[in-house]
Design a protein around this ligand. Structure first.
Ligand code: GAR
Length: 202
């Protein structure tokens, strides 16, 4: 059975979508564990309710050792790492050992509204202020940079004239919930081929 680790920091609606898709038989994998860098993340409650193993590696406590601590929990145990609203930056050995096996979901069409400090509602507020007509979400490979790795899938969401960041976030999240599971499925079926910056679905 294909095994995934899901890393979270917040509400965990993307985690919930993965759980639902597994339960509905649409995603053929096992969530080996859910790891949060924040003790208060509601995502941890969602995982515990389903009997999934959970770990809190508090970023305030572990600081620069966070990535190595996460690696020690999952090395040899999972096939793919999913960053589902995980707000710490992974560094060092974990990126080498899981090269092309760590994916992140970001709530914009990368390379717009990405990089350090761009997360959650701030992304949508910035997109509205900029005046873009479409936004969306991006699932990409995680490399040493912030939101810079090869793009696997993007879904487009129109920006309405009366949108605020909350209404826009809600519609983008609906697409995130589909995109993340679709990409996980492609990994399970070994259909992802990466050549430099380009990702081909074979
Ligand atoms: C999602 O919108 C995700 O794309 C975003 O945080 C939210 C987490 O929601 N991630 C980032 O902004 C990363 N740069 P969730 O906890 O309900 O899944």
């Amino acid at each position: 059975m294909y095994k995934i680790a899901v890393l979270v920091s917040g509400s965990g609606s993307n985690l919930q979508a993965i759980i639902n898709n597994i339960e509905d038989g649409d995603l053929n994998c096992k969530i080996q564990c859910v790891i949060s860098d924040k003790p208060e993340a509601f995502a941890i409650t969602r995982a515990k309710e389903k009997g999934i193993d959970t770990y809190v590696i508090d970023k305030r406590e572990y600081k620069d050792e966070l990535s190595d601590r996460i690696l020690s929990l999952i090395e040899g145990k999972v096939d793919l790492i999913i960053l589902a609203g995980f707000l710490s930056i992974l560094k060092g050995k974990i990126i080498e050992k899981f090269k092309n096996k760590v994916i992140n979901i970001h709530p914009s069409l990368i390379p717009s509204f990405m990089g350090n400090g761009m997360y959650g509602l701030k992304v949508h507020k910035t997109a509205i202020e900029y005046g873009v007509k479409v936004t969306g979400c991006t699932v990409h490979i995680v490399d040493e940079g912030t939101d810079t790795g090869p793009i696997i899938m993007q879904k487009v969401v129109p920006v309405m004239e009366n949108d605020d960041e909350v209404s826009l976030q809600k519609r983008v999240l609906e697409e995130e919930h589909k995109a993340l599971s679709e990409v996980i499925s492609l990994f399970i079926d070994n259909r992802i081929k990466i050549q430099e910056r380009k990702v081909f679905i074979i």
